[in-house]
Design a protein around this ligand. Structure first.
Ligand code: HEM
Ligand SMILES: *[C@@H]1O[C@H](CO)[C@@H](O)[C@H](O)[C@H]1NC(C)=O
Ligand SMILES: *[C@@H]1O[C@H](CO)[C@@H](O)[C@H](O)[C@H]1NC(C)=O
Ligand SMILES: *[C@@H]1O[C@H](CO)[C@@H](O)[C@H](O)[C@H]1NC(C)=O
Ligand SMILES: *[C@@H]1O[C@H](CO)[C@@H](O)[C@H](O)[C@H]1NC(C)=O
Length: 342
């Protein structure tokens, strides 16, 4: 294609305002107060309805914040469906057959597009909806910083490389969180998100029947709780069957930490926080003082929510797809150029 043609299309691209913005913008509370004043009310409303329809769904949505923010920043990348040219994150190791309730985010987006089209990013929806999930299930309430942009791509490979396994031990989790400047206290508090929701037998079979290849169960599991888990997840179970992550899975409280102290953590990555001397004191503290847990959890969510990629972004119209962009035909996205360089 001729240079002039390129230039003409580039100008058209600008004129059509289909421009990319840079995603490392400053986040702030009340970001939509002028452009979409009802945004936070609308998100809360859809989350309330989701809670009434299926109580677990709000936990499932809250988990999105972790899986979004740890993989190239909080940019809604994990919401993108696969395309012919891009393997998205939905099929990544930690997400496949596991992340759920994407439809709740679609419903939030639809409601927002009706009120103020093209304004509120999917990345911000995840942040608001996660806050709401906690507030609606009895947890703390906090003000979120907003103004994120949605990514132009997703990376299954990055998700595979980054997201921790349910088998993870405390030291590897400490190291992982450290990479994001999240402290040991942040790690323990954020793991308290498992105060709500469920996990699959798939995630605990090894610790019930063959911890570290010993042919034995994880000795850290309380014997009567192990019997309970063995009943839910016998050796021949359909491994999609789920169990509760703590004994009050619909209430956001510090029961999760009390359960860990009693050897009744569901995931190995949960129980290891009490086994390890590096994290044990925080587990103890949070098990005794719910207000300390809530305070540390809010701090952790805010820090995790501030992770950004610095890459170009946009406000998607549909959280599952990058916006249609005629200029795509000839302009490479900056990330494509990046990968061509290497
Ligand atoms: C510390 C490292 C973490 C590990 C290893 C981990 C791992 C897991 C696993 C394996 C499950 C069950 C998935 C399944 O069996 O299908 C799960 C569920 C869940 N995780 Fe985490 N997680 C971690 C941290 C977090 C964080 C930081 C959050 C949010 C702030 C979070 C929120 C949740 C929620 C709410 C569920 C239940 C979801 C549902 O019921 O659908 N997790 N996690
Ligand atoms: C924790 O897990 C890592 C990675 O799997 C492993 O290299 C390390 O030896 C484990 N640490 C302990 C204390 O078990
Ligand atoms: C962590 O903090 C250091 C020092 O302030 C900073 O250079 C680095 O970019 C931060 N890393 C992340 C992932 O935010
Ligand atoms: C337990 O795991 C080890 C190592 O991964 C494996 O060699 C062994 O066959 C497993 N045992 C059972 C009973 O699955
Ligand atoms: C869970 O269900 C999915 C979809 O029905 C299936 O593809 C997958 O193999 C099942 N996973 C396990 C661990 O049984």
């Amino acid at each position: 294609m001729s240079m002039n043609m390129n230039m003409a299309l580039f100008l058209m691209f600008l004129v059509l305002h289909i421009a990319w913005l840079v995603a490392s913008s400053d986040l702030r509370a009340g970001f939509y107060s002028k452009t979409c004043p009802k945004a936070e009310v609308i998100v809360r409303d859809v989350m309330k309805k989701a809670l009434m329809r299926e109580a677990r769904s709000v936990a499932s949505v809250m988990r999105f914040q972790f899986h979004d923010c740890f993989v190239n920043g909080c940019d809604g990348s994990m919401l993108l469906d696969d395309t012919a040219t891009m393997l998205g994150e939905k099929m990544a190791l930690s997400n496949i057959n596991s992340l759920r309730s994407y439809k709740v985010v679609d419903q939030v987006k639809q409601a927002l597009e009706k009120d103020c089209p093209g304004v509120v990013s999917c990345a911000d929806i995840i942040i608001m909806a996660s806050r709401d999930a906690v507030a609606l299930t009895g947890g703390p309430e906090w003000e979120v910083r907003l103004g994120r942009l949605d990514s132009l791509s997703a990376s299954q490979e990055d998700s595979n490389n980054i997201m921790p396994s349910p088998r993870a031990n405390a030291s590897s989790l400490i190291d992982l969180f450290q990479k994001y400047n999240l402290s040991v206290k942040d790690l323990v508090a954020l793991s308290g998100s498992h105060s709500i929701g469920q996990g699959r037998c798939f995630s605990i079979m090894f610790r019930l029947y063959n911890q570290s290849g010993t042919g034995r169960p994880d000795p850290a599991i309380d014997p009567s709780y192990r019997q309970e888990l063995n009943r839910i997840c016998p050796l021949d179970v359909d491994q999609n069957v789920t169990g509760n992550l703590d004994s009050t899975p619909l209430v956001f409280d510090n029961q999760y930490f009390k359960d860990l102290v009693a050897g009744r953590g569901f995931l190995n990555s949960d129980q290891t926080l009490f086994t390890s001397p590096h994290t044990r004191e925080f587990v103890r503290l949070f098990s005794r003082r719910q207000t300390e847990f809530f305070k540390a959890f809010v701090e952790g969510m805010l820090k995790m929510g501030d992770l950004q990629s610095g890459r170009p972004g946009e406000v998607r119209t549909n959280c599952r797809f990058v916006n249609a962009r005629p200029a795509n035909l000839l302009l490479q996205s900056p990330r494509d150029m990046e990968s061509n360089d290497k």
